[in-house]
Ligand binder design. Structure first.
Ligand SMILES: [Fe+2]
Length: 167
């Protein structure tokens, strides 16, 4: 490998050559969103197919993945963002309050599923789906890019914290 090529690959955040050299810590959070979406749609599909036990299992997976993701944000990303920007009442406050509403909804859905209230589960699921799309969109289009900027110098450290310190 040429020296220039090696430097490009080994140097974090070096986009001079258009080569993605190191995963951004926000990539972990974006992947979490995709994993959660997948488990959520699996639960709905399985229930629609009449596979209740499997639907419960898939929904439990959605809940545990979402809890892990929220912990990564609430315990690592948000405090770091707030420290770096001095903004405790900015976008992270909005995201935290949306997490509260999202948690309430999926707890209600889990109860519906266990009580055999399929219509209740699927109805609340439509609300939760829209809420998650809007919430995740704001994070991916606004909060994560801002975090990548203000926390650029701490990418490796934050990636470690997200991967190992939580869950
Ligand atoms: Fe998120």
């Amino acid at each position: 490998m040429s020296k220039v090529g090696a430097e490009a690959i080994l140097s974090p955040n070096n986009h001079r050559y258009g080569i993605p050299t190191m995963a951004r810590f926000t990539d972990t959070l974006i992947q979490d969103h995709r994993d959660c979406d997948h488990a959520f749609s699996q639960a709905e599909s399985l229930l629609n197919a009449g596979l209740r036990d499997e639907a419960i299992e898939a929904f439990d997976l959605f809940v545990s993945r979402t809890e892990l993701h929220f912990a990564r944000e609430e315990e690592v990303l948000f405090p770091e963002f707030e420290r770096a920007t001095g903004q405790a009442a900015g976008p992270t406050m909005v995201m935290r309050s949306e997490h509260v509403r999202i948690r309430e909804l999926y707890r209600e859905m889990a109860a519906c599923l266990r009580n055999g209230d399929d219509a209740g589960f699927l109805g609340l699921g439509e609300t939760l789906f829209i809420m998650l799309q809007q919430h995740n969109g704001k994070e991916e289009q606004i909060l994560y890019p801002m975090s990548d900027q203000v926390l650029a110098h701490r990418q490796a450290d934050l990636l470690d914290k997200l991967t190992f310190a939580v869950g």
